[in-house]
Design a protein around this ligand. Structure first.
Ligand SMILES: [Ca+2]
Ligand SMILES: [Ca+2]
Length: 267
């Protein structure tokens, strides 16, 4: 009996090692399907984004067709950079949608977090793609992404797909992933200059702005995207001694476009 128990435990451990993904979406909302009034398969067969390339075949994950692939290496996605997202699927459903919880509040419903969506009439290819730009204010670190395909008579006429199924959706598949948001390097994505135009970086009590920014409007965000400072840059010397140590993003609109730079304050 003990041997059997040990063998069973070993088999379970092996299964976990081999198939470490989970069917528990928490702390995110439920996103399974009830297969009612009768089973009808819809599936995601591949998700590609950066170094992520996960093929899962032409059948949905076991009912209720939700799986979180938390055992796959998360692709690095740099804030401010643009990537091609591709989702392959069958063709007979109502919606495909992908969400990324950029601000880490355990909800996919914030503005800008639905990064791909196609509705029934526009789904004519077995692959849906979108060019997505990671917001400069996206919270760095491990970040949840959710891909869904579904068909549901309860959802006909809806304008947008929602990230939670709440027992109202009939047929589909949902796949959750981790992506890793990497802070912008502090290099201007738009400017032709390659150096920090706010310096030193990391800063302590004072940040100096490039002369071209004097008189321009500046916003400083924390890593959660909250505005910490907003105003016109009066002179080159900006006092940040009242700001807590941490990571920030400085955004300035000057004559040549929008400039963003990741800035550390250390003491
Ligand atoms: Ca799949
Ligand atoms: Ca969110």
């Amino acid at each position: 009996m003990k041997l059997k128990t040990t063998m069973l435990a070993g088999a379970l451990l092996l299964a976990q090692l081999s198939y470490g993904q989970t069917t528990d979406p928490s702390p995110y909302c439920v996103a399974g399907y009830d297969d009612l009034p009768e089973p009808w398969s819809h599936y995601i067969s591949n998700v590609t984004l950066g170094s992520l390339n996960n093929s899962t075949g032409d059948t949905a994950y076991a009912a209720p067709h939700y799986v979180y692939y938390n055992n796959i290496t998360a692709p690095d996605l740099r804030a401010g950079s643009t990537y091609t997202l591709s989702v392959s699927h069958d063709l007979t459903f109502h919606f495909i949608a992908v969400f990324i919880d950029y601000n880490h509040n355990n909800s996919f419903s914030d503005s800008g977090e639905r990064v791909l969506q196609q509705k029934y009439s526009s789904i004519t290819s077995p692959a849906s793609t979108a060019s997505i730009t990671i917001p400069a204010t996206a919270t760095p670190g491990t970040t949840r992404m959710r891909a869904m395909v579904f068909e549901s008579d309860n959802y006909i006429g809806a304008t947008n797909a929602e990230p939670c199924t709440a027992d109202t959706l009939e047929w589909g598949e949902t796949e959750d992933y981790n992506v890793n948001i990497v802070p912008a390097t502090g290099v201007n994505e738009i400017s032709k200059n390659n150096a920090d135009l706010f310096y030193p970086n990391p800063a302590n009590g004072v940040v100096y702005a490039d002369q071209s920014f004097v008189g321009k409007e500046m916003t400083i965000y924390n890593v959660e995207g909250k505005v910490m400072r907003h105003g016109v840059i009066g002179n080159k010397k900006i006092d940040v001694s009242d700001m807590a140590p941490g990571q920030y993003v400085i955004k300035v609109i000057n004559d040549s476009g929008v400039y963003t730079q990741r800035m550390s304050i250390v003491r």
